[in-house]
Design a protein around this ligand. Structure first.
Ligand SMILES: [Zn+2]
Ligand SMILES: [Zn+2]
Length: 331
């Protein structure tokens, strides 16, 4: 099936520290002006508001009950309806910027049997709110229980909490690559990850539209703090970041139009290429494991040819079930 052409951004570069020769000053500039601002700082601010305004105090978790998990789940559902639903409404219902900066020319699928309820948006909302919101709440509650009972030491200096919060972005870069790479192996792919890959043309609700088996792996990031020093806030940050940040990255739009002639960074072209081509870009640009393991696709023709060579070299890869809507011969 011919895929309607959408918006193709320019091929991207690796972060400066990972270029050769490494450029530390340029890397610092990249972190501040491209990585942190605006999205990453937004996730930290959102987590701080969530933790201080709508999360019960730690005392409550000294004895963990079903109601404690239910409260965190309700909080997660509220956050996601507001923030992911808001993006869906603005971009895909109101169509506020039409198809400007949209990776695919077509809109989200309706009446397609491959989706739960035969509808991509309902399918994505169901798996996100029911499974994703619940698994995140469950893991957050377990970690709160351990902190409340004194089983884990807590960082208390603000600078230390800030530094570790910042480190979470890199830790997640490795954690996500490892669990995602695992999920692309048989039979885990068929059992769990195929559900996320129903979405070739993605929307905000596609971000964590995953099988519960994938959610159990994906949301396991807070358990890193069984080994590393952390704090209850950092646990909430992990959960909020994992729940909300995939919504702009899967929004389907490379940039969000703010006003006439002004637009800001929106989607994640790196991960969009994973949804298109399936066996590239398993990780995140921040920690370029894909570069080191030879699966990087930077959107260039050269990277596309390298990917096709790899496929030709591997009968297994050539037999992999590439969705027909994914058929695209030039990047
Ligand atoms: Zn995948
Ligand atoms: Zn995805």
């Amino acid at each position: 099936m011919q895929r309607p052409r959408g918006y193709d951004p320019q091929p991207f570069d690796l972060p400066p520290i990972f270029q050769s020769p490494p450029k530390p000053v340029a890397m610092l500039r990249w972190i501040v002006t491209e990585f942190m601002w605006p999205q990453s700082l937004l996730w930290i601010g959102l987590a701080a508001a969530t933790y201080h305004l709508v999360t019960p105090g730690l005392d409550r978790f000294a004895s963990l009950g079903v109601d404690d998990i239910a409260i965190l789940w309700a909080r997660n559902v509220g956050l996601m309806l507001l923030l992911i639903g808001g993006q869906h409404w603005w971009l895909h219902m109101r169509k506020a910027q039409g198809t400007q900066f949209k990776y695919e020319g077509r809109w989200l699928a309706k009446g397609r049997k491959s989706f739960t309820f035969d509808d991509q948006t309902r399918d994505n909302m169901f798996w996100t709110l029911v499974s994703g919101g619940l698994v995140a709440a469950f893991y957050e509650a377990i970690m709160f229980r351990l902190y409340a009972g004194g089983a884990l030491p807590q960082l208390d200096a603000l600078w230390a909490i800030g530094a570790m919060t910042f480190a979470v972005f890199w830790i997640e870069g490795v954690h996500f690559y490892l669990n995602h790479r695992l999920l692309h192996l048989d039979p885990l792919y068929g059992w769990f990850h195929a559900l996320h890959h129903r979405n070739v043309n993605t929307g905000p609700w596609s971000g964590i539209s995953m099988h519960p088996g994938e959610h159990l792996l994906y949301f396991s990031l807070p358990f890193v703090f069984l080994l590393l020093p952390g704090s209850p806030f950092i646990i909430t940050f992990c959960c909020v970041y994992l729940m909300i940040s995939p919504s702009p990255s899967h929004s389907g739009f490379d940039r969000f139009v703010v006003s006439e002639g002004t637009n800001v960074h929106g989607g994640d072209y790196f991960h969009n290429l994973h949804h298109r081509y399936f066996e590239v870009n398993y990780g995140m640009l921040l920690v370029p494991l894909d570069k080191w393991f030879g699966t990087l696709h930077d959107g260039s023709l050269e990277a596309h040819e390298r990917m096709k060579d790899r496929r030709r070299a591997s009968v297994h890869a050539a037999d992999s079930a590439m969705p027909d809507t994914n058929d695209r011969t030039t990047p």
